[in-house]
Write a protein that binds this ligand. Structure first.
Ligand code: C5P
Length: 397
């Protein structure tokens, strides 16, 4: 609940501004008061009348509005809130914030405020990925701003990729977290993610096709509900999420050491695709290619991190969640795996190449618990993560 909280909401000029109208409703439903500020470009997408009608308050648009200066100066306006939220945060607004411009009401408020700032970026995928935007993002994170999103998906401009503004309820969750009110506030959760690399020699290794996308999305979703997340990741394709403690490892043995060092935790989610075997005696120097002679690799079994943690006598997390990536008899194998490893839940999925799940953006999972099994519909990995994080929050209350 956000009763008694005041949000200063800066609405930038992007097509995602329409979602900010719904955001105002969601915030007011939860008891928050909203002071809306609309940039000049924002007025091209939503009208001041709709914004003020939904907020039930005057909308501020202009820096040099003398009546407002008499009523409330821009400095005072920047200080009335518990949190400043910029949604949508356009590439231009991010650039202004990163460089300290103060040439309109929104940028001046952002410079003058002494309250925390949360931004929800929204822009075309190329603009988001542009080195200038990524530089500005790094600067803003370094300055202590919080970020929610953007999400990947179809965009109004017809392209696909990261750049969609987070949905209003995701922004509400981020606001609650920023105000220390997320459902997982005070909970510490460990997440493993990505593949492991098992060296053959200093330049060669054995790996698997895990991208780390699902584990990264889970860590992000848990953090957005307020959890303190320790994210132990192998060498993944996707960047680690913001706002979590990242521990980078390469091998299964290193991952186990990092996981044990991260305990105690309230819950642990083992989404990493850990290599089952390592090369028993990897060579300290590069194995030479000898004409006519093939190297023979001997394997040793890697530690099973999930089973090790599930069966710990001390410091076992209250909720241990494993994954089961299967290509045959998904449910039967995953149910047996839950019992064998001793974890509480198994998230099972079919990773046959035809499903396009491994390395793809979507997932279709079954949640297997002691009570039975739930079949979740095929959805984006972000949605799977959000649903799983919400279930974890319910289980830990
Ligand atoms: O046995 P399998 O690899 O199919 O089990 C998958 C689950 O076990 C995943 O949750 C994975 O993160 C975990 N696991 C592990 N350590 C291993 C192998 C798998 O933690 N050595």
């Amino acid at each position: 609940m956000l009763a008694g909280k005041r949000i200063l909401l800066i609405i930038g000029g992007g097509i995602a501004a329409y979602k900010s109208l719904d955001l105002i409703r969601r915030l007011r439903e939860r008891g928050a008061a909203v002071t809306p500020v609309l940039t000049r470009a924002g007025t091209e997408f939503v009208t001041p009348l709709s914004v003020s009608a939904l907020a039930g308050e005057k909308v501020y648009t202009d820096l040099f509005d003398l009546t407002d200066e008499a009523e409330m100066g821009h400095i005072q306006l920047s200080r009335v809130a518990d949190l400043v939220v910029v949604a949508p945060a356009t590439a231009d607004l991010m650039a202004k914030m990163a460089h300290g411009h103060a040439n309109d009401l929104a940028s001046t408020l952002l410079m003058a405020t002494d309250t925390p700032v949360l931004m929800a970026p929204a822009m075309n995928v190329r603009m988001w990925e542009h080195p200038a935007t990524q530089r500005n993002l790094a600067q803003l994170l370094g300055d202590g701003l919080r970020v929610v999103g953007p999400n990947a998906g179809d965009m109004a401009c017809g392209e696909y990729g990261p750049g969609r503004m987070s949905e209003p309820l995701e922004i509400v969750a981020a606001i609650e977290t920023a105000l220390g009110q997320g459902p997982l506030a005070g909970k510490r959760i460990l997440v493993t993610s990505g593949p492991t690399h098992e060296p053959i020699d200093p330049v060669r290794y054995i790996a698997n096709r895990s991208s780390g996308a699902q584990g990264t999305a889970i860590a992000r979703a848990l953090a957005s509900l307020g959890a303190e997340v320790v994210f132990v990741t192998g060498p993944a394709d996707v960047p680690a999420p913001q706002g979590v403690k990242v521990v980078r490892v390469e091998t299964a043995q290193q991952m186990l050491t990092a996981v044990e060092a991260a305990l105690p935790a309230d819950a642990a989610v083992f989404a990493a695709a850990v290599a089952d075997w390592r090369v028993a005696s990897s060579s300290g120097s590069k194995i030479k290619k000898d004409a006519g002679r093939l190297p023979v690799l001997e394997f040793a079994e890697n530690p099973d991190i999930l089973a090790t943690v599930s069966q710990r006598k001390t410091d076992r997390p209250r909720l241990v969640v494993g994954f089961a990536a299967e290509t045959d008899d998904v449910i039967a194998n995953a149910t047996a795996k839950r019992a064998r490893k001793g974890c509480d839940w198994i998230v099972a999925n079919d990773v046959s190449p035809a499903t396009g799940i491994m390395g793809g953006t979507e997932n279709a999972v079954h949640l297997i618990t002691v009570e039975g099994r739930e079949d979740w519909p095929r959805m984006s990995k972000q949605q799977v993560a959000a649903q799983l994080a919400a279930r974890i929050a319910q289980a830990l209350v």
